[in-house]
Design a binder for this molecule. Structure first.
Ligand SMILES: Cc1cc2nc3c(=O)[nH]c(=O)nc-3n(C[C@H](O)[C@H](O)[C@H](O)COP(=O)(O)OP(=O)(O)OC[C@H]3O[C@@H](n4cnc5c(N)ncnc54)[C@H](O)[C@@H]3O)c2cc1C
Length: 483
């Protein structure tokens, strides 16, 4: 019996978990995948939006602006990389300038400060590599970039350190009221709780519609991207948007906090919520529209492509808060963009609302501080020597592209809510995220995972389920010993 069960371990569920850990409550988070951060929160543009784009008086506008203002504190407490690199919304013809004025006005109504329209010379001074056909741009000084998976994982680690229980491989199949409590059936067993918080992302409608007559429906909207190699770091400073369309914020070019660049995302309504395949058509579109901003996108330096699926809600807004007809059942439904930006505000609101309803008291010993795994690639020579002196595994580079050491990989497995898969290690350390895309480091990563978990290499998966890394026949033939 828990006080609160959170369904879904994306950035919203994990942020809510951390905020609930501030209270004297017994909290569990159930995640259907083999790891947290397997949904929208792992595959997005990673921008901390300023708040000019959301329609005024919507929940998107409210939580975007409030969430943006919380990022400095949250990222500093959780030791998560954040950069206020500004955003530019660029118009490439004079006819786009009235739309920029509209966006500026909209942002001001939403309470965003520091918006201004800048001309061609100023844009080129700031961004020498932007297409010369640029005419004007909206300058958004409170636009930033963050690492979305580190933010999600950091929230989860801090929540776990403060007492929240995480259950992975726990798909929720049924939520029902049983007397005065909620009964939640999942692949990891049946749980009961006083309150339920639905943070199931692309499946938030399915969970809500099990218990509430106020139904909503998610329409999956896929976005495809290119990732450009770090050797182009510095090509653009700001996140450069084009004018938004009715499908979203359009295709942009943006640096990431790790030094790579993203071009994308497209916006295509699809039927399958889990279809994260990239397509030749989608990537061609990303290239075509991206080239309006960055004329000669270096295709030889594309290190990979990926797709993320937005949880677009038929209400065209977030669904946040307690369901009117289901007391103590709370929703974070349809949280598409700007959901990452809104996450600190949504997580705080949901946790405070549930705690208040449950009459919970603040926990005296909540510790808001989480330290990230010390990153060898960011250390000075002196720090590297010290790290190696205290742990010899810091002397063993496993991922050469991203300079990730064996010590970091072992730490990622040993931490609270630690990695259990190859992708889990990747998102916690950046192994395999560099130019060779895991060509070199995979065998060593598998070996370390086996040593840490005491499992056979044949049990190691990329992301759980049937995504096995090794085939028994091939493995035996290669002379491996899987006993
Ligand atoms: C292409 C794209 C670009 C974006 N760009 C930005 C951006 O630049 N800035 C920004 O602010 N926002 C952006 N967003 C939005 C942002 O990524 C999302 O709003 C945010 O990640 C939503 O988090 P979430 O926790 O609600 O959902 P998710 O991250 O999808 O998490 C939901 C979790 O619930 C789990 N789950 C589902 N069903 C069940 C079940 N039955 N039982 C148990 N668990 C379940 C899933 O496995 C998943 O882990 C973008 C989104 C996309 C797709």
């Amino acid at each position: 019996m828990f006080d609160v069960i959170i369904i879904g371990g994306g950035v919203i569920g994990c942020t809510t978990a951390r905020n609930l850990a501030r209270y004297d409550l017994n909290v569990a988070l159930l995640e259907k995948a083999s790891d947290i951060c397997e949904g929208q929160s792992k595959a997005n543009t990673a921008i901390v939006h300023g708040g000019y784009d959301a329609k005024p008086h919507t929940l998107k506008a409210k939580y975007n602006v409030t969430g943006n203002g919380m990022f400095d504190k949250v990222c500093s407490e959780l030791d998560v990389p954040l950069k206020w690199n500004t955003s530019l919304v660029a118009a490439f013809s004079e006819s786009g300038i009235p739309k920029l004025e509209e966006l500026k006005h909209q942002g001001e109504v939403n309470g965003v400060h520091g918006l201004s329209i800048i001309g061609r010379d100023e844009i080129i001074r700031r961004e020498p590599n932007i297409s010369r056909s640029v005419c004007a741009a909206l300058l958004v000084t409170n636009g930033g970039i963050v690492c979305p998976y580190e933010l999600t994982i950091a929230n989860a680690e801090n929540a776990a350190e403060n007492g929240v229980r995480f259950y992975r491989n726990a798909p929720v199949t049924k939520v029902e009221k049983d007397g005065g409590q909620w009964r939640v059936q999942s692949g990891a067993g049946t749980f009961t709780s006083r309150a339920v918080i639905n943070c199931a992302g692309l499946y938030s409608d399915v969970i809500n519609n099990m218990v509430s007559e106020n139904k909503f429906h998610i329409k999956p909207r896929r976005g495809e991207y290119y990732i450009i190699d770090k050797s182009y770091a510095g090509t653009f400073n700001a996140s450069i948007f084009q004018l938004p369309t009715k499908m979203g914020k359009g295709i942009l070019v943006t640096p990431t906090v790790d030094g790579t660049l993203l071009v994308g995302p497209t916006a295509e309504d699809i039927d399958d919520r889990d279809d994260t395949r990239t397509t030749s058509g989608g990537l061609a579109k990303a290239l075509k529209f991206g080239s309006a901003t960055w004329e000669h996108i270096p295709m030889r330096d594309v290190i990979t492509t990926f797709a993320g699926i937005r949880a677009h809600c038929d209400r065209d807004d977030f669904v946040i808060g307690e369901a009117q007809d289901a007391p103590l059942f709370f929703n974070a439904g349809g949280v598409e963009s700007p959901g990452l930006t809104s996450s600190p505000a949504i997580g705080e609101y949901l946790a405070d609302s549930a705690a208040e309803k449950l009459g919970a008291k603040a926990k005296k010993n909540f510790n808001p501080i989480r330290k990230s795994i010390p990153k060898f690639r960011e250390m000075t020579d002196r720090e590297r020597a010290q790290a190696i002196a205290s742990d010899q595994d810091y002397a063993k580079i496993v991922c050469r592209c991203e300079t990730v050491t064996e010590a970091e990989i072992r730490a990622s497995i040993r931490r609270p809510v630690g990695a259990r898969t190859i992708d889990g290690i990747k998102r916690r350390t950046r192994t395999g995220m560099g130019r060779c895309q895991a060509g070199f480091c995979t065998p060593a990563t598998i070996k370390i995972l086996c040593e840490e978990l005491g499992i056979s290499p044949l049990e190691v998966t990329k992301f759980g389920g049937e995504s096995k890394m090794l085939d028994r026949y091939l493995f035996d033939k290669g002379g491996g010993n899987h006993a």
